[in-house]
Design a protein. Structure first.
Length: 381
């Protein structure tokens, strides 16, 4: 692993610092959590069910949803439900949070990394077409920063080979692709409610599932493999026939999530506005390339604003002089030993890996803050 171009350490909040991320806690969260703490249900109870339903109506066109303890849980659950077996291959994104790929290691599934597109950092479907073969049992994609991947093209490959598509939509609630919301497109879509995502429940996740017939199985696997409804109705004779785990969400978390849904439209349009300011100001700067802008057939969820910058580390130092935090956030997953180590076989990823940089984007930022960041960048580095 290279150690020469380290990111800078995390910046403190305060002192006019423009930090990279900040959690968004909705106004009613405290109230709903304290109401929940007064009830009999603080673990998985009625609030989880309500959160699933409201989330599904808002983002997944009413598809079945299963709330879980993290986005990672949702992905692991999706991979199990997709029937992946030891020795199977999956085509997966190389540029993502490690959470996308780590569950495969538990399952003994072989990860085949696809390259990124240079303009979006999303999965490159042309490379997917080269990699797919009869051992491939699923295609996984991540909507990097909140820009939907080329879903029609991905689904065309998946259909040809009769395999499911699993979307990591951790960055993308509220986005859509050619009129369909991300959350209602593929066999499985995962969302994350980790601290700095659009919606946070502290930690949490959601899986939307297209095939209604596997919902009951999903719910069992979320809870050790036990049919929880039957158990609550007094049937203690339940056999366990599938290996499940403890993936469920708590009502405490769901209470925070329900409050977040009330504010989602507001926070989402604020994020989009900030993203737009970045895009307008940074699309035409020497030595810099703006990632994921200019699409008209899909809606960007504006989770990350990412640029490709020549002399990236110099720009980062310049921003830091002006109390602006920036960071690379995700790293190519194949740099990690557990994920196979780097093979220099992904030319687009190789070309940008020392050049991309993520700029501050969160609900505590004002439009003025973003104009200021743009001015600092435009003054050169
Ligand atoms: C945050 C994130 C995850 C993991 O979600 P957790 O809720 O932290 O488990 C997975 N994939 C991507 C792309 C993420 O950004």
């Amino acid at each position: 692993m290279k150690t020469t171009q380290n990111d800078l350490p995390i910046m403190e909040v305060g002192n006019e610092n423009i930090v990279l991320f900040h959690p968004h806690i909705a106004k009613n969260a405290t109230k709903y959590v304290s109401e929940t703490l007064e009830t009999r249900w603080i673990g998985q109870g009625p609030k989880v069910e309500r959160f699933e339903k409201e989330f599904s109506e808002k983002f997944c066109r009413g598809l079945n949803t299963v709330a879980v303890g993290s986005g990672t849980d949702a992905l692991h659950l999706a991979y199990i439900l997709a029937g992946l077996q030891p020795g199977d291959e999956v085509i997966a994104p190389v540029f993502t949070c490690t959470a996308t790929n780590i569950p495969f290691l538990y399952m003994g599934v072989k990860i085949v990394f696809a390259d990124v597109q240079k303009n979006t950092l999303n999965i490159d479907v042309e490379h997917v077409k080269e990699l797919v073969n009869e051992k491939t049992k699923a295609i996984v994609c991540v909507h990097y920063g909140g820009l939907p991947c080329d879903m029609d093209e991905i689904h065309q490959v998946a259909k040809e080979w009769g395999i499911p598509v699993i979307e990591d939509a951790a960055h993308a609630p509220g986005s859509s692709y050619r009129g369909t919301p991300v959350g209602a497109i593929s066999e499985f879509t995962m969302f994350s409610f980790q601290a700095i995502k659009h919606i946070t429940t502290g930690d949490g996740g959601m899986l939307s599932i297209k095939d209604k017939s596997i919902l009951a199985k999903a719910e069992r696997i979320r809870w050790f493999g036990i049919d929880r409804c039957a158990k609550q109705q007094g049937n203690w004779e339940n056999d366990i026939k599938e290996i499940g785990y403890k993936y469920q969400m708590t009502d405490i978390a769901a209470a925070i999530g329900l409050a977040a849904l009330e504010e989602f439209d507001e926070i989402s349009s604020h994020r989009r506005k900030l993203f737009e300011i970045y895009e307008q100001n940074l699309s035409d700067v020497d030595g810099l390339h703006f990632i994921g802008g200019g699409y008209t057939d899909r809606v960007h969820a504006a989770w990350l604003c990412t640029i490709i910058a020549e002399k990236r580390i110099d720009l980062q130092h310049k921003l830091r002089e002006f109390n602006i935090e920036s960071n690379q956030v995700h790293y190519r997953n194949d740099r990690y030993t557990i994920l196979g180590g780097r093979r220099n076989n992904l030319p687009n990823m190789d070309a940008i890996e020392d050049k991309y940089l993520v700029l501050p984007l969160h609900t505590k930022l004002t439009e003025e803050n973003v104009y200021h960041v743009c001015e600092v960048i435009k003054s050169g580095w």
